[in-house]
Design a protein around this ligand. Structure first.
Ligand SMILES: Cc1ncc(COP(=O)(O)O)c(C=O)c1O
Length: 350
């Protein structure tokens, strides 16, 4: 039995023995010279998986998002996105710093905005006729909404509206494979409608680092220039790309297990009296609002940690989250389903 079950994030995983073997055995070359065969193989594989022409390997999903958004706008152009999306909230204003973009955050429901909201956002509202929205960014699954998934018809609506209006559409698909797993569709069915797509390797896929940006041949050529400019052009990067290839072979189908475990945990917590909105648990995130329990976030997280389970804060001040991942077993879920109510409800029960 583990002393602490770490449910803070799906980014906490360490490479498995099989992944470490793949890393050790990787064929490598100079990535900057496009001579690393493992990087090249990963890029080709991810482009095909996402229904895009090409992809480029990058150290982080943040860099992938930043490069993509820079490709879609000039300084002074406007990026529109759901107001709590990662590109607006957690990337340190990178789109302003790197691309000179203004940002327009639109309130969403479950991390999703509507095509009407996109149309309204894109209609010129200033007297500067040439200051305009040029790019829409969509996040799927949506982190701050609690791993929520876009239904395909809604996605089609907003991307269609963006394209009608002449905007580029970027998908922050850091957890895209969670979305495709939840919907039971091929990843390309979601990703191929976008002009650029970020896929992260170091979340549910369990790699130590790495992300890809996929798009057309033309935009990926331009992205390579940005990769150098950002300092993200590497050398024998096949060492880490090998983990990505391994993860695509071994860690995609099992994302369904993470989702099933999150659901089991949520149901067990609800049954134990922890406030829980079960219909919001769509992938590997379980959110708990601790306000009805009379707790504040930091007390709740401390009590949980003392009780042997790690959860983490979210953007909502009274909501905390548990996230399932590669290292979480069925037994961990059973244990967590006991430890979480014990830690959170102790005071409530008096
Ligand atoms: C939706 C989303 N996009 C992008 C990122 C950035 O990933 P990275 O930490 O690899 O830069 C994250 C990280 O949590 C994320 O949740």
């Amino acid at each position: 039995m583990r002393a602490v079950i770490d449910l803070r994030s799906d980014t906490v995983t360490k490479p498995t023995p099989g992944m470490r073997r793949a890393i050790a055995e990787a064929e490598v070359g100079d990535e900057q010279k496009r001579e690393d065969p493992t990087v090249t193989a990963l890029q080709e594989r991810v482009a095909a998986l996402l229904g895009q022409e090409a992809a480029v390997f990058l150290p982080t999903a943040t860099m992938a998002n930043q490069i993509a958004l820079k490709l879609h706008g000039r300084p002074g152009d406007v990026l529109v996105a759901e107001e709590h999306s990662h590109v607006l909230v957690y990337e340190y204003g990178g789109v302003a710093a790197h691309a000179g973009l203004l940002t327009l955050g639109v309130p969403g429901l479950a991390g999703r905005i509507s095509s009407d909201q996109v149309r309204a956002a894109a209609s010129p509202s200033t007297k500067a006729a040439d200051q305009r929205v040029t790019v829409l960014s969509v996040e799927n699954t949506h982190n701050n909404a609690g791993g929520r998934v876009w239904p395909l018809d809604e996605l089609e609506g907003v991307v269609g509206a963006a394209h009608e209006l002449g905007l580029a559409a970027h998908l922050d698909g850091a957890r895209l494979l969670n979305a495709s797993t939840a919907l039971g569709v091929a990843p390309a069915e979601i990703a191929s409608r976008f002009d650029t797509v970020t896929l992260c390797l170091s979340k549910g896929l369990g790699c130590p680092l790495g992300a890809l940006l996929a798009s057309s041949e033309e935009l990926i050529d331009r992205a390579w220039r940005e990769k150098h400019l950002f300092g993200g052009a590497m050398r024998q990067a096949g060492i880490v790309a090998a983990a990505g290839v391994y993860a695509l072979d071994h860690h995609v189908e099992r994302l369904a297990d993470d989702h099933a475990r999150a659901r089991r945990l949520a149901e067990a917590l609800a049954a134990a009296g922890v406030p829980m909105e079960l219909d919001r648990v769509e992938t590997n995130f379980v959110q708990i609002d601790v306000a009805p329990l009379g707790l504040d976030r930091s007390d709740a997280l401390r009590q949980l940690r003392d009780g042997g389970v790690g959860l983490s804060a979210t953007i909502r001040p009274t909501v905390i989250r548990a996230v399932t991942h590669l290292e979480i077993t069925d037994e961990d879920i059973e244990q967590a389903a006991e430890r979480i109510p014990a830690a959170l409800l102790a005071g409530v029960r008096g």
